[in-house]
Design a protein around this ligand. Sequence first.
Ligand SMILES: *Cc1c(COP(=O)(O)O)cnc(C)c1O
Length: 385
Amino acid sequence: MATEYVPPLRDDLIGLSAYGAPQIDVPVRLNVNENPFPLPDVVVEAITNAVRSSAVELNRYPDREAVALRKCLVAYLAEESRVQIGVDQVWPANGSNEVMQHLFQAFGGPGRSVGTFEPTYSMYAEYARTTCTDYRPVQRAWDFTLDLQRNLPLLHQTRPAIVVVTSPNNPTGTTAPIDQVGVLAEQARSWSGIVVVDEAYIEFRRLGMPSALELMTSHPNLVVTRTLSKAFGLAGARIGYAVADPTVVDALRLVRLPYHLSAVSQAVAAAALLHRAELGAQVDILRQERDLLHDWLVTNDWQVIPSDANFLTFGVFVDRDAAWQGLLNEGVLVRATGPAGYLRVSIGTPEENARFRSALQRLDRAGHRSVLPPARGHGDTTSSD
Ligand SMILES: *Cc1c(COP(=O)(O)O)cnc(C)c1O
């Protein structure tokens, strides 16, 4: 029943609409950078057993410190990035989104600002808004690198309490060179800022690309966030984590909800991490498929941004919204995001990628491709999950 009720919403939230990519039920969904493969049977089995064991004790509150899970994360990082970190340096939460919100709650807030390098993930502006932190983005260079030469002086003026570097970036797939992250962390320290490197896609990086984790020991104000939503194929389970100095982790304890991570989530994450070998095989296929699709797009004369993530951003379309709809009519859902005239496609299974390629070819024949030179400006800078 409709009511006339107007809830007493915060003034700064009035008139806003909720964030989210359209969830449309079509055969080929390549719009939110999920791992397209279902979990392998052995992993499903392991998760089921872990949940069953945890169910016995669901009358109790979970381990507030999630020690077992944090130990699994430490072991995983030692293997994946060859870094030795302590259990007291890991902070797990409900998706890296919640980790990021904790960081904004603890280090942002009224009178403080956050800096990002746009175009980038649109959620940062939302965390800023809900935590009453001033959002002060700077612009990436034409090739989507950080452009520190231009941007460092700007950051020195704004002195953001938090600088977020997304690497690989969403929606461009661009990795930030590790020496630049180091410079940024060092500079931010001069104004007491922290630098958060969002490595949601790091497992998909090309060979030889480093992780900012390698800088952890030399920069205590550096925080790296990661997630099990992408490479681990656990978007539905909502588990992410930060790696940071123990003092930073302590600060996050001040803003978390009591028992923020359920016993079920902890059990699911730990079971998946123990089966990282099986899941890693999927990541290898996706990295290969990404490189194949990149080459196919180049061969077919599309503009495509080199990517270290599980998606590619390509164009240029006369009207990207019309192109998005055209692909959807073919049963392929992508994301209308990135520079003006570009679309972003998540890497699917080999079959899904084949369907995407033929749908794009039909669209091309229908005249959607722009004959203009590639756009180098920053159009819609929004992105997605
Ligand atoms: C997908 C994505 C995440 C993941 O968020 P979760 O809450 O862990 O699912 C984080 N950062 C970026 C840039 C992303 O694209």
